[in-house]
Design a protein around this ligand. Structure first.
Ligand code: GGG
Length: 358
């Protein structure tokens, strides 16, 4: 099923709140989509299980049924957040990592932009992190040896995988996205002065995308720069406005987008979509935030914006724009904000204010 053919038909959306505040923010995304009424096709929401709590209850973090329903019944999905523990838990592995892999959602597209408090003022930060989603460190074999080595201290090792195949398709995604943006500029993020083999392959492959056979000058209007990840973080904090599209291997992309989120007010504002060639899954960049879970104070705006991004990716541009401008209005007005943005509003209050403006 291609994404282009989904537009115009009824829309089945898999809803996977997963853990912690994921459960509190996903209803806001649903309410925003429902508020669009008949301007998008009839939507059907299908509740699906995944997450650490699901693992604790059922012994699996990603039930086969969830993947089957996504593959066979859904046009797209929304994911909340996952609470993968920081220590090794026997039998557990991250469901979001597995989902991205099983659904071949190879790109995590994370736009980060500031909403100016004064109407009509141009945003000063408007960048998008295009994060490779299927390989790098999180997908490699990590081993900890307990047998005595040296003075008996355990040793741990992780292997990192970077392939030409994955680098090429994430590179192409970054160039495609750049073409749709005013500045049409791609910065390749790497660390190939140290990781010359893996990051060297990533850097060279992405750089070579415009000259691949069949491109026929498609990306001639896109300018390309490259930067070491450490220097990119430094410049991101000093002069964030210089960035347009930042394309990065998985781990750097994750770190850079969280860092960029700090510059626009809160991680609770930054949306993403996990995109493949035939499926898209919206997902706020933030995690499950166990410290604030259950208090009705989580910021629902990243989840709501993720729903808009998902709709945009599917071709529902007007619906997406209505949700995005309602969110921007709420932020600009500054009256209904959750505590992460210095406000006193609850999650549900912010959702109802967004819905009112849609
Ligand atoms: N919505 C993003 C999210 O849930 N982030 C937390 C996360 O990805 N944790 C690592 C993992 O479970 O794999």
């Amino acid at each position: 099923r291609s994404m282009a053919t989904v537009a115009g038909k009824s829309l089945k959306i898999g809803m996977i709140p997963a853990d912690g505040i994921g459960r509190e923010v996903l209803p806001g995304a649903k309410a925003a989509i429902q508020a669009l009424g008949s301007s998008i096709p009839t939507t059907e929401f299908i509740d699906l299980q995944a997450g650490f709590e699901c693992f604790q209850k059922t012994g699996t973090a990603l039930p086969d049924e969830t993947v089957e329903v996504l593959k066979n019944e859904c046009d797209c999905a929304l994911f909340g957040a996952v609470s993968s523990p920081s220590r090794k838990v026997f039998g557990y592995s991250s469901p979001i990592v597995a989902l991205r892999k099983k659904m071949d959602l190879y790109a995590n597209i994370r736009p980060v932009s500031s909403v100016a408090p004064i109407p009509n003022e141009q945003p000063t930060i408007d960048l998008v992190v295009v994060r490779e989603n299927t390989e790098c460190l999180g997908f490699s074999i990590s081993k900890k040896k307990h047998r005595l080595l040296g003075k008996g201290a355990p040793k741990a090792r992780a292997t990192r995988l970077i392939t030409e195949y994955a680098s090429r398709r994430i590179g192409e995604m970054a160039f495609k996205i750049a073409l749709t943006r005013p500045r049409k500029h791609v910065t390749i993020i790497h660390k190939s002065n140290v990781l010359s083999v893996t990051d060297g392959l990533f850097r060279e492959t992405v750089r070579g995308v415009p000259t691949l056979p069949g491109m026929n000058g498609k990306y001639d209007g896109v300018t390309v720069a490259e930067q070491l990840v450490d220097s990119a973080v430094y410049r991101l904090f000093r002069e964030p406005h210089i960035y347009d599209v930042m394309v990065a291997p998985n781990l750097y992309g994750d770190i850079i987008s969280d860092a960029a989120a700090a510059l626009v007010g809160s991680l609770g504002l930054v949306p993403s979509v996990n995109a493949g060639d035939s499926f898209v899954m919206g997902e706020p960049v933030h995690g499950s935030a166990p410290d604030i879970a259950g208090k009705d104070i989580a910021n629902p705006l990243a989840a709501i914006r993720s729903a808009a991004l998902m709709l945009r990716q599917l071709g529902y541009r007007n619906g997406a724009a209505r949700i995005e401008s309602a969110v921007d209005d709420v932020i600009r007005e500054g009256r209904y904000l959750t505590p992460d943005l210095g406000g006193k509003s609850s999650t549900s209050e912010v959702v109802s204010q967004v819905v009112k403006r849609i």
